[in-house]
Design a protein around this ligand. Sequence first.
Ligand SMILES: Cc1cc2nc3c(=O)[nH]c(=O)nc-3n(C[C@H](O)[C@H](O)[C@H](O)COP(=O)(O)OP(=O)(O)OC[C@H]3O[C@@H](n4cnc5c(N)ncnc54)[C@H](O)[C@@H]3O)c2cc1C
Length: 473
Amino acid sequence: MNAATAGHGHPGSALVIGGGLAGIAAAARLAEAGWKVTLLEARAALGGRAFSYRDPQTGRELDNGQHVIVGACRNLIDFLERIGARHLWKLQRRLDVAVYDRSGRRGRLYGAPVPAPAPAHLLPAFLTYPHLGARDKLQAGRGLMAAMLTNRRQPHLEDMTFYDWLRSRGQSERAISNLWNVLVEGTLNDHARDVSAAMGLMMVQDGLLQGRHEANVGYPTVALGDAIGKPAQRYLHRLGVRLLLGRAARCINAGGDNRVHSVTVGNGETLRADAYVSAVPFWTLPNLLPDALAAQPPFPDLARLQTSPIINIHLRYDRAVMRGDFCYFVQSPLQWVFNHSGIVGIDDGGQSLTVSISAAWEYIDRGRRELAEMIAGEMRAAFPKARRATLLDSVVVKQRNATFRCAPGASRRRPGPRTAAPNLFLAGEWTDTGWPSTMESAVISGYNAASAVMSDRAGAATSPEHNHGRPMG
Ligand SMILES: Cc1cc2nc3c(=O)[nH]c(=O)nc-3n(C[C@H](O)[C@H](O)[C@H](O)COP(=O)(O)OP(=O)(O)OC[C@H]3O[C@@H](n4cnc5c(N)ncnc54)[C@H](O)[C@@H]3O)c2cc1C
């Protein structure tokens, strides 16, 4: 038996299950407050769904998927600073996204260079944006004003789709496809048709219209493992967190009073703590719980949450085919194309690119070879230089359960950090953070869980029970 119980001088001990950003943030916050923390992660490295790996076929270090942040991700950006990784991420000083259509026509969504308050800073881009006609623009301008003025917390907005809300505000199919969906698909990983109006409005209000810098785009300049997992591991190590990597929790054990008393690990080992934080995905958690606890709120609701897929295609050409760090395509399977060589700073005469397809419902069940060929063809159509270039290799990475779906009604099924078990707390980007399935949401959820652990402990410390020396764990 291996005990993770509190030692002298600690406010308490905590066992965090899952080493994605949610678990990392929870562990960090608790350890910073002096808790004795153990973090259990099934895989050999931290980072969860934001990871990179050595591809056996090409020998290259590849990300599981291009990860993008925006200026509004304040908790994540601050967290990257704290773990010493902020310099490994590039963040635009001013929003600037080149948007192409299939005919190669180029537009830009950008913040005006002259200081102007939001949303006026978007006006020049809006007026010159070529993918909307004059009538669409007029309606889109009205739609943006309506989005700004709507209280997204009205219950009916959680039940209707963003698409229906947009249509009810006079938005044309073209405006939805060439403007609104550009904002929604990459951030919510679903079409406007499939997300709630409340969440669509959240992205537009908080991610675009709230301030001049909210929509500035950021991305790692090194492999994801070096940008998150490794610096986080060093930081937790410095804080004295005990890291158990490559060790999966098999079950969370609770007594008749619902109180969790231990966690059994794959190898049969038992870990104990005062507080337990689950930071595993929502589809994994019910399998770890005893039946009696799994039947109590909020756990039965988790079965009704859904996931949405992302596909990334890593391409390596013998020469440069695109300029700039990234661009976006409307009405094309390409969506985001990132210039990996340019961002990472590799100058070997060739060029590595990453095509990132959000809401990849149409493609997720297709074969990898077929997908690689389809994307190579789209690249040739979109980039004249790709027609003369030789594609040296391509790797297709499918992530079927990339993110949870912000479908209508889903927000009501996202639980807060507390559960029916008084000492079991929940973290994970799918918990109730107000954000969609993002790294920002994961970090917020970790903080929420840590705060709940600490406030319950503080409450217990002042309760007569605790003052009478009730043993911990
Ligand atoms: C392809 C792709 C692209 C994405 N793009 C973006 C993007 O551009 N921007 C953005 O903000 N977000 C993006 N995301 C979403 C983002 O990666 C996630 O929202 C975030 O990383 C979730 O963090 P988490 O800690 O909540 O969950 P996870 O990262 O899933 O962490 C859960 C951890 O629990 C571990 N675990 C599971 N079971 C057990 C067990 N029994 N015992 C111990 N450990 C266990 C897992 O191994 C994992 O490490 C993307 C995701 C994918 C897949």
